[in-house]
Write a protein that binds this ligand. Structure first.
Ligand SMILES: [Zn+2]
Ligand SMILES: [Zn+2]
Length: 141
């Protein structure tokens, strides 16, 4: 991992390594605030700006993806395999969606003469966990 970071001209600081480790270990699509909260446990002196800048650098080098699915905050994803996202407006969780409407077998490279670099689909609604909870609450009454 150190070598990877050095190749990108990034110093492999323990903080950066920790951020990458955290991102690769979670499927929760954390926000910068979530990453900061987690990293602070290990590095109490780290500033939010350092965490945020690291995330932006990793985004610019193409190592992580930034999602704008959550209207309140940017979320980050280290899973670079093509997939879409479902956002639950109740619990704010972001779920991975594989191979639904997305036609990645059909490669769209150009549309109306614009060059397409990426297609992302965002689904929003109420997730199965929240849906079940609501169902239970209703039957209780
Ligand atoms: Zn939910
Ligand atoms: Zn994802």
């Amino acid at each position: 991992m150190k070598r990877e970071l050095n190749k990108k001209g990034l110093k492999a600081t323990p903080q950066r390594i920790e951020i990458i480790k955290f991102l690769s270990s979670t499927k929760s699509h954390p926000s910068a605030e979530d990453v900061y909260k987690f990293i602070k446990e290990k590095f109490p002196t780290i500033s939010f700006a350092t965490v945020y800048n690291t995330l932006i650098t990793l985004k610019n080098t193409g190592d992580i993806k930034e999602l704008s699915i959550d209207p309140e905050r940017k979320r980050f994803d280290m899973d670079l395999t093509p997939h879409d996202h479902f956002f639950c407006r109740k619990c704010k969780r972001v779920y991975d969606i594989y191979d639904l409407l997305r036609g990645y077998k059909i490669k769209i490279e150009e549309i109306d003469e614009h060059q397409v670099e990426e297609i992302s689909l965002y689904y929003t609604g109420v997730c199965r966990d929240c849906k079940n909870k609501i169902g239970k609450e209703v039957t209780k009454i």
